[in-house]
Design a protein around this ligand. Structure first.
Ligand code: PLP
Length: 387
């Protein structure tokens, strides 16, 4: 069938023409403020390793020890015989850390979101999602069989209007911190609306867990909301926690239903027990090394102050995600490339990841950065901005 080859080739050609073609980098170093790429060192402002834990010596030591004790591969899905002691301990620790009855590990955030939405929703239900929700939430909602409605970004009034127009069970789904904009969802208002309308609220805290709230318990805890307010809490482990995988936390009923029904949970191999053990150490570090959150917060303030003085196009974000709005995809790509030539790694985020005309440099800060590195970033941004 030459048809498939031809069609795929046409899509690639079009992407190239529109400056939307994506390429992967191949790193020859661990994640960190400085990474090695094609034989040179780069200042890294594009990873989601917000606390600098991905290569932390204690995580590496836990991973090594658990690999020696439990092996590298889990060997099976959780329901067959892939669920080992480190997985169990991690689930219990995650439930405690988030103040939930129980937690359930998934092999990725994408699987957790699509699997949870497929399990929760059925025909006759309605799901309401912020337009800027992560692709995995949008896909999960679209494929769930429920009526699917998007509401304007962070617009509780628009959501309330759309919710009151439908009958039947309703689920509202938002990112706690939006991955490409860095701004936070108005969780207290959303929770109040859901309570008033007798709807459930699901929060994807991929970018808040580990970073916001006491001990890094996340944006939901920071907003003072518990399990009754946010019955479905999801977060990933591959960002601030520095490892990989994800979890969903909530009531015993929710977790048991996911174990019995979520196809993305049942029909997939459990993450490595060594990864689970390393993540347990991340949770310990969240409690013991609160300086990481404090230093990150100070760097965010420093960056925003400096960028304001330089009149760079900052977005309304208080998180570690500090995008600069460029607009045109080609310009964003050119800026990213000239920064690369000057030794800085910053991704150009273009459609379809963000709406057309809102291409941006997605700058991410980490507790592993120094103040000097942030100052260098500001200097280079001032030099490369479009004149
Ligand atoms: C990264 C991310 C995911 C996906 O998590 P993975 O573990 O990388 O699959 C889901 N939701 C949001 C908001 C994310 O940023």
């Amino acid at each position: 069938m030459a048809e498939f080859e031809h069609r795929l080739g046409a899509v690639l050609a079009q992407r190239r023409e529109q400056q939307l073609y994506r390429r992967r980098l191949t790193l020859d170093s661990p994640q960190g403020p400085i990474v090695r790429l094609d034989g040179a060192d780069y200042l890294n402002f594009c990873s989601n390793d917000y606390l600098g834990l991905a290569a932390h010596p204690r995580l590496v030591a836990s991973f090594r020890q658990a690999a020696a004790d439990y092996g590298v591969g889990s060997g099976a899905s959780h329901l067959v015989c892939g669920h080992s002691r480190p997985h169990q301990q991690l689930e219990e620790a995650l439930a405690e850390h988030t103040g939930r009855s129980r937690a359930l590990l998934f092999s990725s955030g994408f699987a957790a979101n699509t699997g949870t939405l497929a399990t929760l929703l059925q025909r006759g239900d309605s799901v309401f999602q912020d337009r800027l929700n992560h692709a995995s939430l949008l896909d999960g909602g679209l494929h769930s069989g429920a009526r699917f409605r998007r509401f304007a970004h962070n617009d509780v009034v628009d959501l309330a209007r759309k919710m009151s127009a439908v009958e039947g069970p309703r689920l509202v789904v938002v990112d706690g911190v939006f991955s490409m904009d860095g701004d936070a969802a108005p969780l207290a208002e959303l929770a109040a609306l859901c309570r008033q309308q007798d709807a459930w609220l699901m929060v994807d805290d991929a970018h808040g867990f580990g970073v916001s709230g006491d001990n890094g318990a996340g944006t939901v805890a920071a907003a003072g909301l518990g399990q009754d307010d946010v019955p479905v809490l999801m977060a990933t482990l591959g960002k601030a926690l520095g490892t990989g995988g994800a979890f969903v936390a909530g009531s015993d009923t929710l977790i048991e239903a996911l174990i019995q029904q979520a196809r993305n949970y049942i029909y997939t191999t459990a993450i490595s027990p060594a990864l689970a053990a390393a993540t347990l150490t991340s949770l310990t570090l969240l409690r013991e090394e609160s300086w990481r959150r404090e230093h990150l917060a100070a760097l965010i303030r420093r960056f925003r102050q400096g960028a304001e003085q330089l009149q760079l196009p900052l977005m309304d974000s208080q998180s570690a995600i500090q995008p600069l709005l460029v607009g045109d995809a080609g310009t964003a790509l050119d800026m990213s490339q000239s920064l690369r030539q000057r030794g800085l790694l910053i991704g150009a985020i273009r459609p379809p990841t963000v709406p057309a005309g809102t291409s941006r440099l997605r700058i991410t800060l980490s507790a592993a950065h120094s103040e000097e590195q942030v100052d260098r970033l500001l200097e280079e941004l001032a030099l490369c901005r479009p004149q």
